[in-house]
Design a protein around this ligand. Structure first.
Ligand SMILES: [Zn+2]
Length: 115
């Protein structure tokens, strides 16, 4: 399952981002940005994360996911637009010189510590 690998990486980043001077840290929430093309299934990711986080400062932390739309740019005509799906042909000029600006990211934007 591809979510297990992602959950492990996110867990590591979240653990590393807890400040050293916090005693008995407990993370309440992890805020994430995930691109629509990253093909992450939210409930699988949440499940894997819960398993990995057991008996760590992240035990019980909620994952709050912002899904980022796909944004593409055409190098031929310099138009930029959002799409629900991967794009291979420009909707304005029909060229195939398309680059993906957003839509594949998987990143932690912040963590929320309990008081
Ligand atoms: Zn174009």
């Amino acid at each position: 399952m591809h979510e297990m690998g992602i959950a492990r990486q996110l867990f590591q980043i979240a653990i590393d981002s807890i400040p050293d001077d916090v005693e008995n840290p407990k993370v309440e929430q992890v805020n994430l940005k995930i691109g629509r093309l990253a093909a992450v299934v939210e409930h699988s990711l949440t499940f894997c994360f819960e398993v990995i986080a057991k008996e760590t400062p992240l035990d019980g932390a909620r994952l709050h996911i912002d899904f980022i739309p796909v944004t593409v740019h055409c190098r031929a005509c310099d138009n930029t637009w959002e799409s629900e799906n991967p794009v291979f042909t420009c909707r304005y000029c029909d060229e195939n010189d398309i680059e993906l600006l957003t839509g594949r990211e998987i990143q932690i934007t912040s963590i929320v510590l309990a008081d």
